[in-house]
Design a protein around this ligand. Structure first.
Ligand code: SAM
Length: 447
């Protein structure tokens, strides 16, 4: 692999799993080798769309108040956007973590020491250091007899641990994952890696808020998981970084996006996981009825009006169409969420997420669907995620949607804010914490 050095160009084609569009950041202050890739990226610059901005101004200033002023400033300044680097635990990581540390990157999540995983019963194997081999898998010494299991190939995750701020007290949930993402307080950019057949990528560049729905899913070894709207696969990869599910079904009906998804899976997962990760091509709206009660956990990372991307849509016809489509999205989203609630087993959880600030696609969708599912119970993510990660993300849990009135059956201690917390939490871009937009809600199907 090409050796990365701190002076290497920090150019980026952001592979933000939601946006799928190129953003050109302002000139890097340091030494930047002029290569073809940088020039190519610059050609794809998209300009701000005033019609979308005015639409957002109208809706979001009403829904978010002052928070919109800050979010607006961030969204209009791509140069301030931060990028997360999710490490691939199935790939050898020669000196990336050292480079990240030397550049001031820090681990977003607590680094789980392998002994903790063993204590938690998440794994039953002992580990050795990196040894070259197919797919760059790290070697292992299995305690079990017979052919090695996929869980035997977990990497030595202590090798890239960073010391944590002793002040931060992450929740047990957040510390119980092998998912690793590095972030920086400044908008430093890291080079992307091209897809190379037969070789695993070492990291995935993304908006770090995209990991929150996966954290809310609380992935554990042996889970059966459905990723209902899966392409291009960023969250599927994050799920596989978090633990070793028995099954991960990645569903994507769009053929082009499904190809993209397959490439992502090929680029990040070793072939030894092939039997556990399947790709399906169904309409997610009716998926759940066909496989009712089969899954432990379902992620609905719904198609939405992707605020970052829409703001930079350059074609006026496309903009008009998108604004028309926007009104239709909540019905599709609600149908996908209903389908997910059918697919999950009693006692299992569904996480619903979008990357828009729009309350119509977020809180309102969750509230509408809950009315149809008395056996579904929304869970409070405020303590578990928002409080744990407030150092890095700006959260809001107020729907700002005047038509939302608390359903008394959802109120605990007659508290309206508790009600809002239970419907979901929203990551709002903020200066210095530019992650998001990202909405997430977790709903448990009662036993
Ligand atoms: C926000 S993107 C998902 C991003 C993905 N989870 C990731 O992290 O990379 C939403 C996806 O839903 C897909 N989609 C659209 N309509 C769908 C439907 N009826 N059923 C399932 N997926 C659908 C879109 O093609 C798109 O790929």
């Amino acid at each position: 692999m090409k050796k990365l050095t701190p002076t290497l160009v920090w150019c980026l084609w952001s592979s933000n799993c939601h946006t799928g569009f190129n953003v050109v950041l302002p000139p890097f202050q340091g030494k930047r080798p002029l290569n073809n890739k940088v020039r190519k990226t610059q050609k794809k610059e998209r300009s701000l769309c005033p019609a979308v901005l005015s639409h957002f101004d109208q809706q979001y200033s009403e829904e978010l108040g002052d928070l919109w002023t800050f979010a607006r400033a961030v969204l209009l300044d791509p140069g301030s956007w931060q990028y997360g680097i999710m490490l691939n635990r199935f790939s050898a990581l020669p000196d990336i973590t050292q480079i990240l540390q030397s550049q001031g990157f820090l681990a977003l999540l607590p680094q789980t020491h392998i002994s903790q995983l063993l204590c938690n019963g998440s794994s039953t194997v002992s580990y050795s250091k990196n040894k070259p081999g197919k797919d760059n898998l790290l070697s292992c010494h299995c305690t079990s007899k017979g052919p090695p299991e996929v869980s035997d190939f977990l990497p030595d995750i202590t090798c890239h641990a960073l010391s944590q701020n002793s002040q931060s007290k992450p929740s047990l949930t957040l510390s119980n994952t092998s998912l690793q993402c590095y972030i920086h307080s400044s908008p430093l950019r890291f080079p992307s890696q091209a897809h190379r057949p037969g070789q695993l990528k070492q990291y995935y560049l993304l908006n770090a808020a995209s990991l929150l729905p996966v954290l809310a899913l609380q992935v554990r070894d042996g889970d059966k998981i459905l990723d209902l709207c899966s392409a291009p696969g960023g969250k599927a990869i994050a799920i596989m970084q978090s633990a070793t599910p028995e099954l991960l079904c990645c569903n994507e009906p769009d053929p082009h996006r499904r190809d993209w998804l397959s490439k992502t899976l090929d680029s990040f997962l070793p072939s030894s996981l092939n039997s556990r990760v399947v790709v399906s091509a169904q309409d997610g709206q009716s998926f759940g009825q066909r496989e009712a009660g089969f899954y432990d956990k379902v992620l609905v990372d719904a198609p939405c009006s992707n605020d970052r991307s829409w703001l930079y849509s350059s074609h006026s016809q496309q903009v008009e169409q998108r604004l028309i489509d926007r009104a239709l999205l909540p019905e599709l989203q609600a149908q996908l969420l209903r389908s997910a609630l059918y697919a999950v087993r009693p006692g299992g959880v569904v996480v619903y997420s979008t990357c828009t600030l729009s309350s119509f696609e977020n809180y309102a969708v969750v509230e509408t669907v809950l009315k149809d599912f008395p056996e579904a119970e929304p869970e409070d993510l405020w303590e578990e995620i928002a409080i744990s990660l407030e150092k890095y993300f700006k959260f809001s849990s107020h729907p700002g949607y005047s038509q939302l009135y608390p359903d008394p059956s959802l109120l605990t201690e007659n508290n309206v804010s508790t009600y809002h917390h239970r419907l979901g939490i929203l990551v709002v871009p903020h200066p210095g914490k530019t992650w998001g937009p990202m909405f997430l809600s977790r709903i448990r199907r009662r036993e």
